[in-house]
Design a protein around this ligand. Structure first.
Ligand SMILES: Nc1ncnc2c1ncn2[C@@H]1O[C@H](COP(=O)(O)OP(=O)(O)OP(=O)(O)O)[C@@H](O)[C@H]1O
Length: 284
């Protein structure tokens, strides 16, 4: 098993997949991501975790080209993402944003179809294959019955599922998701993470910012821990996520249990807020 690594300036080995080295992002003189170095290997689901304001979204936006970093190397399969042509990057990198809206009045199917645009040859319209992929991706997220609905009429969770489908339809080499489960109900959360595992098993590089450490432990292979813009630890979930790290990063006591089915870690948390201990939930 890979040992967890503290943040360092060394370059992580990632023959295929995403390699981020020394990524620094600042806004108005404030450093949001500070020399972040980590890897997301192909075929694995890598979780990006950390408290609110840690810099996860800022890192994700730089990796996906939404913003330009101050400095650092970001490579996908050895090719610089910064130097990659826009269209090529659009083909290879998909982003599911935290609260994505739609600027245009589009149907659900049309929003998912946006994921096919980077694959269309110049001056051609979408093909039968594109339509099939859109249908398949709507089915994957359980939104096929909404295909003709206006995107604007959807609930928050439904919108998130449609944006997930759009990113899947893009068939990217690198799939980056910023809190993809934050609007989803329990069943949809589990489904989304299962889909990520399937895509990773098919060779996709998956990087997802997540807050729920139990979902991370159950579904992710690797974890990158960000706090105050810096990478504190990186490695296999089993090696990195322990009570000491959780206490240090979140100020929360954690007891590590084991899933009787999978043997993977399960966490029970206790807030360390000052004050009297909470009374148990009253029985009716
Ligand atoms: N344009 C901006 N100007 C100033 N500060 C910003 C800007 N964008 C982000 N920040 C700050 O940068 C820090 C990192 O923000 P970021 O959104 O990357 O955190 P995060 O880890 O994704 O947080 P969360 O878990 O709450 O989504 C935060 O303190 C945020 O307030």
């Amino acid at each position: 098993m890979t040992q967890p690594t503290a943040a360092s300036s060394s370059t992580p080995a990632a023959a295929s997949g995403l390699r981020v080295d020394g990524l620094t992002v600042s806004v108005n003189g404030r450093t949001l991501v500070d020399q972040a170095t980590f890897a997301a290997p192909a075929g694995k689901v890598t979780a990006l975790i950390g408290p609110n304001g840690a810099g996860k979204t800022s890192a994700i936006r730089a990796i996906t080209g939404a913003t330009r970093p101050d400095s650092g190397v970001m490579e996908l399969d050895g090719a610089s993402l910064i130097r990659m042509r826009r269209r090529e990057r659009a083909r290879r990198v998909a982003l599911v944003e935290q609260d994505a809206a739609s600027v245009l009045p589009l149907t659900v199917a049309a929003v998912v179809g946006l994921g096919r645009i980077p694959h269309e040859a110049a001056f051609t319209s979408s093909s039968a294959r594109d339509a099939t992929i859109v249908d398949e991706c709507l089915q994957i997220v359980g939104m096929e019955k909404f295909a003709d609905r206006s995107f604007d009429t959807l609930s928050g969770g439904e919108r998130q599922r449609v944006h997930f489908a759009r990113a899947l339809a893009q068939e990217p080499r690198l799939l980056v998701l910023d809190e993809p489960t934050n609007h989803l109900d329990l069943a949809a959360q589990l489904r989304a993470l299962e889909v990520l595992r399937t895509r990773a098993a098919g060779g996709t590089v998956v990087l997802a910012a997540l807050h729920d450490l139990n979902l991370v432990a159950a579904f992710c292979d690797r974890v990158v821990v960000l706090a105050a813009g810096r990478v504190l630890a990186e490695g296999d979930v089993e090696d990195v996520l322990d009570a000491q790290l959780i206490e240090g990063v979140y100020g929360v006591s954690a007891t590590v249990l084991r899933s009787p089915d999978s043997g993977r870690p399960l966490f029970e948390f206790q807030s360390r807020l000052p004050g009297p201990a909470r009374s148990p939930i009253p029985t009716v």
